[in-house]
Design a protein around this ligand. Structure first.
Ligand code: SF4
Length: 181
């Protein structure tokens, strides 16, 4: 997996001061995508254990609230790379911080999709694991016709800010209610 950038002291992507990891690669190709060059899976640098150590070290700082996983799209990575993100998420939780994730997939679609090839099946199995592991998921494609620059943490009206633990408990999507309007 390649990544485009790691941003420290990020206050634009999620609540509080965050570390944001922008992974490379997305096959949705939304018109008007704000990260066009990051749709390319080869963009940026290889993600290694060095980056994991750097992220976890930064997250030890008391003023840092958590990790944000963006892209590209974290769910379009190979299953082994998504497994890396699952392990990273678990490590972030172990130090008491939260994880937000952005994906072009709609939450329900990830759980009802029936991939036909083995590699796709593995990718979706790990995508589901990652979604269940994070605290907040901002889901859905960016839609130019629904774009609204006044929205917080999302670009278009169709995208939702999902409270993952509440959603898993309820068995249906529960929106995050502490969102600043
Ligand atoms: S899902 Fe996000 S990164 Fe992927 S093409 Fe759409 S806007 Fe760009």
């Amino acid at each position: 997996m390649n990544y485009a950038k790691i941003r420290f002291n990020d206050i634009a992507n999620g609540e509080g001061v965050r570390v944001s990891l922008f992974v490379s690669g997305c096959n949705f190709h939304c018109p008007g995508c704000f990260n066009f060059e990051q749709q390319n899976f080869d963009y940026g640098d290889p993600y290694t254990e060095k980056e994991t150590a750097m992220i976890l070290q930064e997250l030890q700082k008391p003023e840092v609230s958590g990790l944000s996983l963006l892209g590209g799209d974290p769910l379009w990575q190979t299953h082994t790379d998504i497994e890396t993100l699952v392990n990273l998420t678990k490590s972030v939780h172990e130090i008491g911080k939260n994880v937000w994730l952005w994906t072009g997939y709609k939450w329900e679609d990830v759980f009802r999709m029936k991939p036909t090839t083995r590699s796709e099946q593995l990718r979706i199995i790990w995508a589901r694991k990652l979604l269940k592991e994070v605290d907040i998921c901002v889901d859905g494609l960016f839609k130019e016709e629904l774009s609204n620059r006044f929205l917080v943490w999302r670009g278009s009206e169709n995208q939702r800010i999902i409270d993952v633990p509440a959603t898993l408990q309820a068995g249906e999507v529960v929106l995050y209610t502490k969102v600043r309007r």
